[in-house]
Design a protein around this ligand. Structure first.
Ligand SMILES: *Cc1c(COP(=O)(O)O)cnc(C)c1O
Length: 371
C-alpha cells in the first residue's frame, strides 16, 4: 500500500516514550480505574472544549446513551437526528427506548438540514441530537434557536469533531451536553476504546458520572440503575499525552484538505480549511464513486465510504419502515461519497500522489470538462 487510508503509527511512533512513561507510572501505582490520569484528562479536555465539566466514559456510543438517560429521555419520547450519520447516533436513542426521528442532510454541508427540523417537531420531541459529521460543525446557531423556541434539549454528537470551532466556540460547547468518542481512528483517539461527555451543566455531568458507575456516588449505595461505562486509567493517560498535539494535528488535516480543495474539482462538504472543520473525513461526491474507488485501490491508495448504507435502509431498523426516497440528500451521499486518505504525518509525495491519481482518472473518464 503506497498511501493507506489512515496511518496511526506515524504519530504514535513519536509518542512512544511518553506512552511508556504513562504505562509504567500506572502499573507502579496499581490504580487502574478512576485514578489521577482520569482526573487530569477530564479537567484538561473540559478546558480544551471551553466547558466547565467533563466525565470520561467507555465509548462514544455510551457517552450518547448516558446523556439521553441523564436527561430522562426514554419511552415514547422522540429525538430529532440527522439521517446521514454513523449508526451509533441512532442506536443510542433506541437503547433508551426513545424514537429516532430522521431529518435529511443539507446538500452543502452534508450535516442535518436545519430547514427541515421544525416540521418534524411534535409534542413528544425532547431533543435535537445534532452530529458534526466528517469533522464539520453543524449549524448550531439555527439548531439552538429552534430548540429554544420549543423548549427542548440540544445534544451534540461531537465524536468526529474534536476541536472544531466557530466564532471561538468549540464543538461540545454549543448544546446542553456533548458526546465524544476516543476510538483510535478519531481525531483524538485512545489506544483502545474510550469516550467522554462534556457540558456546562454540572447536574447533567454529575448524573452521567453516577450512571456510568453503577448509578452510585458512594460505594455500594446505588441511586440509579446505572451502567458500567468508565474511561480506564491507561486510556486516560494515553489521551492526556495526545491532547497536547490535537491542535497541531487538526491544523495539518486542514492544510491537506486545502490542497485537495484546490487541486481536486469535486463536490465536497465545504472543507474549506476553516476552523469549523477538523476534517475527520475528507468526502468527495461523484457518480463514478465505485469505479474511482477500484481505480484508486488498484494504484495502492486506501479509501473508504462514509456510509455505504443509509440509516433508513439498515436491516436493524427495518421495523421503522423508513424509505430512502424520503431522505434524498442522504441517499445521494451514500450512493456517491468517497473518503480520500487524510491524516497527520501524511507525506507530501503521498498527498501529491492521491491528487494525481484522482485527476488522472477523472480526466481519462472525461468527468472533468477542463484541460
Ligand atoms: C465513532 C462515532 C460514534 C461512536 O463512538 P464509539 O466510541 O465507537 O462508540 C458515534 N457517533 C459518531 C458520529 C461517530 O463517528
Amino acid at each position: 500500500m503506497k498511501v493507506p487510508y489512515l496511518d496511526l503509527n506515524i504519530i504514535h511512533r513519536k509518542l512512544k516514550s511518553e506512552f511508556d512513561m504513562v504505562y509504567r507510572d500506572i502499573l507502579q501505582s496499581g490504580w487502574f480505574i478512576h485514578g489521577k490520569y482520569c482526573e487530569i484528562f477530564e479537567k484538561e479536555f473540559a478546558a480544551y472544549c471551553g466547558v466547565s465539566e467533563c466525565v470520561g466514559v467507555g465509548s462514544g456510543l455510551d457517552a450518547l446513551r448516558l446523556i439521553l438517560a441523564a436527561l430522562e429521555i426514554g419511552k415514547n419520547d422522540e429525538v430529532i437526528v440527522p439521517a446521514n450519520t454513523f449508526i451509533a447516533t441512532i442506536l443510542a436513542i433506541s437503547y433508551v427506548g426513545a424514537v429516532p426521528v430522521l431529518v435529511d442532510a443539507d446538500e452543502k454541508t452534508f450535516n442535518i438540514d436545519v430547514r427541515k427540523i421544525e416540521e418534524k417537531i411534535t409534542e413528544r420531541t425532547k431533543a435535537i441530537l445534532s452530529v458534526h459529521l466528517y469533522g464539520k460543525l453543524s449549524d448550531m446557531d439555527s439548531i439552538c434557536q429552534i430548540a429554544n423556541k420549543y423548549n427542548i434539549f440540544v445534544i451534540e454528537d461531537a465524536c468526529q469533531a474534536h476541536g472544531a470551532e466557530r466564532n471561538g466556540k468549540k464543538a461540545g460547547a454549543f448544546g446542553d451536553a456533548a458526546a465524544f468518542s476516543f476510538y483510535p481512528g478519531k481525531n483524538l483517539g485512545a489506544l483502545g476504546d474510550g469516550g467522554a461527555v462534556v457540558s456546562n451543566n454540572k447536574d447533567i455531568v454529575d448524573k452521567v458520572r453516577m450512571l456510568a458507575n453503577y448509578g452510585s456516588i458512594e460505594k455500594y449505595k446505588h441511586i440509579y440503575q446505572g451502567y458500567n461505562s468508565r474511561l480506564d486509567e491507561l486510556q486516560a493517560g494515553f489521551l492526556f499525552v495526545k491532547l497536547k498535539y490535537l491542535d497541531e494535528w487538526n491544523l495539518e488535516r486542514r492544510r491537506i484538505a486545502n490542497i485537495y480543495n484546490e487541486r481536486i474539482q469535486m463536490k465536497n462538504n465545504g472543507s474549506s480549511g476553516k476552523n469549523d472543520n477538523v476534517v475527520h473525513v475528507y468526502p468527495v461526491l461523484t457518480k463514478h464513486r465505485d469505479n474511482l474507488k477500484s481505480y484508486l485501490e488498484s494504484k495502492g491508495i486506501g479509501v473508504n465510504i462514509h456510509y455505504p448504507i443509509p440509516i433508513p435502509m439498515q436491516a436493524a431498523y427495518r421495523k421503522h419502515g423508513w424509505n430512502r426516497k424520503d431522505y434524498p440528500v442522504t441517499d445521494e451521499i451514500c450512493r456517491t461519497e468517497l473518503s480520500l486518505p487524510l491524516y497527520p504525518g501524511m507525506a507530501e509525495w503521498q498527498i501529491e500522489y492521491v491528487v494525481d491519481i484522482v485527476n488522472e482518472y477523472m480526466i481519462r473518464e472525461g468527468v472533468y470538462g477542463r484541460k
